[in-house]
Design a protein around this ligand. Sequence first.
Ligand SMILES: *[C@@H]1O[C@H](CO)[C@@H](O)[C@H](O)[C@H]1NC(C)=O
Ligand SMILES: *[C@@H]1O[C@H](CO)[C@@H](O)[C@H](O)[C@H]1NC(C)=O
Ligand SMILES: *[C@@H]1O[C@H](CO)[C@@H](O)[C@H](O)[C@H]1NC(C)=O
Ligand SMILES: *[C@@H]1O[C@H](CO)[C@@H](O)[C@H](O)[C@H]1NC(C)=O
Length: 576
Amino acid sequence: MNFFIVVSASVSILLSIALFPLLRTNYLGNLRGPWSPSSLVADLVVSNGTIYTSDASLPLADSMAVRGGRVLRVGNYSSVQDLAGHGTKVINLEGKVVVPGFIDSHVHLIFGGLQMVRVELRGVNKKDEFVRKVKDAATNLKHGSWLLGGGWNNDLWGGELPIASWIDDVTPHNPVWLSRMDGHMGLANSLALKIAGITNYTEDPNGGAIMRTTDGEPTGLLIDSAMMLVLSHIPEVSVDERREALVRASNLALMRGVTTVVDFGRYFPGASEELPWEDFSEVYRWADSSGQMKIRACLFFPMDTWSRLQDLIHEKGRKLSQLLYLGGVKAFSDGSLGSNSALFYEPYIDDPQNCGLQVTDMESLLNMTIASDKSELQVAIHAIGDRANDLILDMYKSVVSTNRMRDRRFRIEHAQHLAPRTPAQFGEEGIVASVQPDHLLDDADSAKRKLGAERAQRGSYLFQSLLANNALLAFGSDWPVADINPLRSIKTAMKRIPPGWENAWIPSECVNLFEALNAYTISAARACFLEEDVGSLSPGKFADFVVLSTDSWDDFVAEESSSVEATYVSGIQAYP
Ligand SMILES: *[C@@H]1O[C@H](CO)[C@@H](O)[C@H](O)[C@H]1NC(C)=O
Ligand SMILES: *[C@@H]1O[C@H](CO)[C@@H](O)[C@H](O)[C@H]1NC(C)=O
Ligand SMILES: *[C@@H]1O[C@H](CO)[C@@H](O)[C@H](O)[C@H]1NC(C)=O
Ligand SMILES: *[C@@H]1O[C@H](CO)[C@@H](O)[C@H](O)[C@H]1NC(C)=O
């Protein structure tokens, strides 16, 4: 049955056809939670909307009352109207769609915020665009901060090398350093040259060159070892910059309707495991204690440091405040498809000796998982290739048989390429599949090239199979690897049409609108143990919700322009 078509009919038809077996017939006036009905006055009542709650006991409603930052009652207007009293703000939604605040199950928030003010010049093929991108980045930046970026390739616009005067006018207050894609050359603006003390009279260092005009004036381009003249003046990313990055990233998240993120930190194989802890103590705790947390964040830490997290949770609990939660621990089992390091049963077509890499040895992964799990920490492991996924599922199974029974919700991050029987194993073991729909847009062509059409077609991004096998499917973005944009991701998961493709990549794996919404809300909340607080518009949970620009489910899916009109966190408008 096509759920989507059903819902575009009327609510009453929907309710009558038992799509939600748990639906109570007399749901609208029901009160749950600790409130008494008579004396309560709501802070906020939103009415006349098209509200999807992600709560299976009452999926659709038109009105909602909020008090003390939490949902007080959801239903039709006549059932919430008595809660509107003196001082209640009432908003007529004029039919607009409202959904629970999106939960992005996999981001690198601070890293993403840092990237936002770095210029990405990869693929730029016009001087105008080069200059515009630098200009846009400068407007986000405090005076005096370095504007960094790169990836430019002058061959794409005919070969002319860039010079400082291209960008001096748009970057008067910020020193700039933009490296070429090959890393052997970079462009400084005039302010950066000045800070580095590079003048007409500076001599070329050994092994490098300062490009100059025929008159001998530096153009801004520095080659090889001459780059150090500027690089040595660029400060390490400071605590202040990381704090700004968090705020900037949170504002972007709110703009896209994201009210909760699961943050996997600035952590990649080989990175210092100190970084996420530094970000926690210097950035997140600062934000939390100074009122700068704008969205909810649930933090994961490197698995090697599990005992540190255990101690912290023992001391403070998982919920540090209404906005900051300690999640669990994260490790890697393999690499990525793009770098031919995701671990498969069969070799890469474009690299026939190579099946990928196991980046952490299984014995230490098993030991750490057993220890983390015994300490009641949630475990999340990165696995992309089919073999990596199976290795982790088997490992999880043996941990479950070693440690006592408990509600552990082991996670696999990405779960991108799966063998035919693997979705069933996710379901049987109750493993969370934390997946990123938008990656399928970027991967479709390279998967065909690297795995061959048959393998790519058989086992990639098996969202519907995972759902059909009762796996807990949680959506996310992996931002900044892909954009943080749930509305786009939802459409991607429904349509699965990569750029330049006519048809869906594995049409049978498309999910419907409400499956996608659930994966971005209630299932994502369960996937990180936050379902008591967020994930659905249910009485007692935080009133985190998003008002969309559209008033019908058809438009939500069809129209590319359906966008976030407002985002509320704890019943307070946080965007715009
Ligand atoms: C609204 O909810 C109340 C309480 O459940 C119910 O009696 C009433 O019929 C509903 N009204 C509409 C228009 O659905
Ligand atoms: C509800 O919104 C619609 C627009 O979708 C509007 O025509 C109608 O007047 C509104 N109803 C109320 C009671 O405000
Ligand atoms: C550097 O050389 C250029 C070109 O000869 C000249 O216009 C400029 O004034 C010189 N700058 C300094 C600081 O000497
Ligand atoms: C894993 O734990 C076992 C038993 O405690 C121990 O003998 C072994 O050395 C550990 N292996 C690794 C790689 O840590």
